[in-house]
Design a protein around this ligand. Structure first.
Ligand code: UDP
Ligand code: MG
Length: 314
């Protein structure tokens, strides 16, 4: 059995002014329970514009365990978490949202599993309170499709709330891809993982920073950055329609030979329109992947840090 002696918490913060007091109070309550463990709390300010950063800076001035990384603008949740992982120094890192919908009190269970030898202990939502039926249904579908398409090892009903060992964090940090789907990357890395069931609470303060369009974008990045199945589907559809086309061709020829070729305008139009649509869709999809390659090739950094507080190493 190994013992965890240092833990990093990575908390992405984007316009969370309303939640911050609650977050701080909960941290103050919970941290002493870790007893002799060295802890650091990495708050990654993802370009907040609501005055979250000055609050975080004040905390960091009061407590050297609190560290702040501040982005020059909003780069998105996955970039913020990636920055946290890259700056964390603990032997294990826990990723947790600033709104504490995922409770701190689950973390000791994760630590226990780490000490049992698991490298990844992910929170699995048994219940989700205060979410719309739409979000529940789409999330349910999302995780099933992702398992089918992206990675069989991707656990269902699991967000980024998890504990990751140093070895696995280093592995994630060595993956330079610009389009990041961290849960998939952790599953891909393949270290021993285990679920920690918990009930996800309602967001108490402030509003979700994941409106529908961001969720859809996230799902799209997840699918296209991890899988070429959509391209294969287009290829398969192309194959099927080629066969159908061949059949239609033979039929047309036979009709010509037997001498009745006048009717058929409707079916021709229909078929044409369908093919046009399919071809365009295929092109668009390939364009998506080409665009992704373009962005990867540019090799830009994942995020731009404007300022750090209480972080000494480069
Ligand atoms: N977040 C972020 N950048 C963004 C959007 C969200 O850093 O562009 C952070 C946000 O501050 C929170 C976490 O990501 O700590 C999860 O966001 P939220 O709670 O709004 O998502 P939900 O729980 O509704 O899916
Ligand atoms: Mg939330």
């Amino acid at each position: 059995m190994r013992k965890l002696s240092s833990l990093s918490l990575v908390i992405p913060v984007y316009n969370e002014r309303e939640t911050l007091a609650y977050l701080r109070a909960e941290l103050e309550r919970w941290l002493p329970s870790l007893e002799d463990m060295t802890t650091e709390i990495l708050l990654v300010d993802d370009g907040s514009t609501d005055g979250s950063l000055p609050i975080l800076s004040r905390w960091a001035a009061e407590d050297s365990r609190i560290k702040v990384i501040s982005f020059s603008r909003n780069f998105g949740h996955q970039a913020a978490v990636s920055a946290g992982l890259q700056h964390a120094v603990g032997d294990a890192v826990v990723i947790i949202d600033a709104d504490l919908q995922d409770p701190l009190d689950v973390i000791p269970d994760m630590i226990a599993l780490y000490e049992d030898g698991y490298d990844v202990a992910y929170g699995q939502r048994m219940a989700r309170h205060g979410e719309t039926r739409f979000k529940l249904v789409t999330a349910w579908l999302f995780y099933r499709i992702m398992r089918l398409w992206v990675h069989k090892g991707l656990p269902v009903d699991t967000g980024d709330f998890r504990l990751i060992s140093r070895q696995c964090v280093d592995c994630i940090n060595s993956m330079p891809e610009a389009h990041r789907f961290l849960r998939g990357m952790v599953a891909w890395a393949g270290f021993p993982q285990v679920a920690v069931p918990y009930a996800r609470a309602e967001r108490r303060f402030g509003e979700t920073k994941y409106p529908l369009y961001k969720m859809l974008r996230f799902a799209w990045v997840a699918i296209t950055s991890f899988s070429t199945v959509p391209l294969k589907i287009v290829t398969a559809a192309g194959g099927i329609f080629s066969l159908l086309g061949l059949g239609a061709g033979i039929y047309a020829l036979a009709s010509h030979v037997t001498g009745h070729t006048v009717p058929g305008w409707t079916s021709l139009m229909g078929f044409n329109a369908l093919m046009g649509g399919l071809v365009l869709m295929g092109l668009g999809l390939i364009g998506e992947y080409v665009g992704k390659i373009y962005e990867e090739v540019k090799g830009r950094p994942l995020y731009v840090v404007q300022r750090t507080i209480n972080i000494s190493r480069e």
